[in-house]
Design a protein around this ligand. Sequence first.
Ligand SMILES: Nc1ncnc2c1ncn2[C@@H]1O[C@H](COP(=O)(O)OP(=O)(O)OP(=O)(O)O)[C@@H](O)[C@H]1O
Length: 251
Amino acid sequence: MSSQAEHPWAIDVQNATVHYGPVQALDHATVQLGRGMVCGLVGMNGSGKSTLFKTIMGQIKPDTGSVQINGQDPQQARKKGMIGYVPQNEAVDWDFPISVREVVMTGRYGHMGFTRRPRKADQRAVDEALDRVELTAYAGRQIGQLSGGQKKRAFVARGIAQEASIMLLDEPFAGVDKRSEATITKLLRDVADDGGTVLVSTHDLHALPQLADEAILLMRRVLMHGDPTRVLQPENLAMAFGLDPMKRGGQ
Ligand SMILES: Nc1ncnc2c1ncn2[C@@H]1O[C@H](COP(=O)(O)OP(=O)(O)OP(=O)(O)O)[C@@H](O)[C@H]1O
């Protein structure tokens, strides 16, 4: 990671504005994240969280501003396998005929070259990632034939096998059992402890201080970015949600 470490920010989004036709999804959003940390991304439905992820991955080019990943163009960074992504459930075709193991193996494509033929190191990385998310016994199963929590863990395993230094997770705790939540939370901490950068959107505000070192409150623009406990102060949540969502039991 020496060349990456020369750049002060792993994720550097400056003044990004994104429109879908007439809908403005991001409004001059600036997000700068360092290494060795987990950052929670909080905002109501439609506040631009998924759009921010797509912008960081280079899937969307903002109308204004700039995006750099470890000092590089985001599309290049993604091609090099720097960014692991756990999508929202809705963004995945769960009927696709692919096994859990094959999904995790797609994380190794960046390591394989043109042939995409897995070598021993790739097989080992996939085995280890499946073990860490406790899905070894489910490796041969079609990806749709897993519980909600197991599906999320499979995509987290893909990011681990990829050895991505940046992990983006879009609501990994939605519809997830406690065991999966604990496993995923621990793995994200491990990624951060290894010097990685984790950005995770969540509606579980109660768990945020345990999960994250920093938090971002998004409402098309960044309303606040800082210590999770400070960001979660009722007056800040009222700005982002209209009323105190902690009293509504999350969301
Ligand atoms: N492909 C699209 N075409 C048109 N509008 C879109 C598209 N994707 C998102 N939007 C709109 O952009 C805004 C931001 O959407 P986005 O999905 O980024 O929000 P979000 O915070 O991730 O929401 P949620 O919590 O519901 O997942 C919303 O108003 C949404 O309706």
